[in-house]
Design a protein around this ligand. Sequence first.
Ligand code: FAD
Length: 379
Amino acid sequence: MRRPIFTSEHELFRESVAEFCRRHVYPNLDRWREEGWTGREIWEEAGRQDFIGLAMPAEYGGAELADFRFNQVLGEELATASLAVNSALLLGIDVVAPYLLELTTPEQKERYVPDFCAGRLICSIGMTEPQAGSDLAGLRTRAVRDGDGWMLNGAKTFITNGTAADLVVVAARTGKGRKDVSVFLLDGGAEGFARGRKLEKVGQHEADTAELFFEDVRLPAWSLLGEENRGFDYMTERLPQERLSIAVANVAHAAAALEQTLEYVRERKAFGRAIGTFQHNRFLLAEMQTEVDAGRAFVDQCVMAHVEDELTAVDAAKAKWWTADLQNRVLDNCVQLHGGYGFMDEYRVARFWADGRVSKIWGGTNEIMKDLIGRSMGL
Ligand SMILES: Cc1cc2nc3c(=O)[nH]c(=O)nc-3n(C[C@H](O)[C@H](O)[C@H](O)COP(=O)(O)OP(=O)(O)OC[C@H]3O[C@@H](n4cnc5c(N)ncnc54)[C@H](O)[C@@H]3O)c2cc1C
């Protein structure tokens, strides 16, 4: 289907991201899977190509392309290559960058944004804790006043880029009220800040996911992002972009798996004919193609709403859960259509299937998305 939201500038950008993937992502995937993360090289290369600081001002080394369609193109091409690489890089570009751009003082920008844009500053965001994920207001990490700064204690888990992070945006309780949460910038080398295990996941082996521990970590006064006790608002205001970014990846990932599967079912023969030509399989493939096109059309519309600063939290939640379901249905069918080969790790479709399962969980689970939508319906 033609996608009218893109101009020739976006299409040119797509070609440069596709070339980046061909040269710097695909050839390294097997090694990264073995090593358990991408290494710094991909960040620096993405920085050189101006991908990391897409929306950042030129004075800090950014590309000044504050049009989410560029993020979308980047996300689609990366998710087609590897959902893990997409999640590692876009966690910086789509999730952390808005904090660094919108909530920082000029001094904080000066300190962090040039290195971020250059791919020298790997970033994480720490919201989830061992005892609190969906119920974010239940977080227990606490920062208390200590002289003119703060003392941080607590733990985070499942943190993307956690082992490598040079900078962590950390959410911590700073008051007595349930939503008295503030957000801090924590330097990777701070005393008392320890990384736990790099977590062993069932998929996305080339992404680093870790536990973080804070024991009497002294935070200087200037490390507070924005205002004290406004962290909850800051996070909820930025979650729609994170969810949209995930929805973009979900559809692109499903589309890529479908494309690989189409090639397979045209070649693979059973009972003297290509397996794709059996009516059941032809119908299944037709249904998947229709759903991928429909999902993409909805996501494109959400992206345009976001470009016009009109994306609602409810529409972002719809896009996130529905595309995660779609992606997981498609991936499961694609594995089935590959037969036994679909369960073999050397087949991309098997890796896609394992990589995609988390989409219904992270960034807010499908149940939490439906809860948010249901509440908006007065329920
Ligand atoms: C690979 C990976 C990377 C991640 N990266 C990050 C990161 O970089 N930073 C970060 O902060 N977090 C990250 N997360 C955490 C992720 O966002 C959480 O796992 C997610 O929000 C769910 O929280 P939880 O795991 O505590 O599950 P829980 O909140 O314990 O939920 C367990 C189950 O209960 C259901 N449930 C909970 N409340 C309700 C309700 N009210 N109604 C109905 N059902 C409910 C959930 O839907 C789920 O099915 C990552 C997770 C993974 C797996």
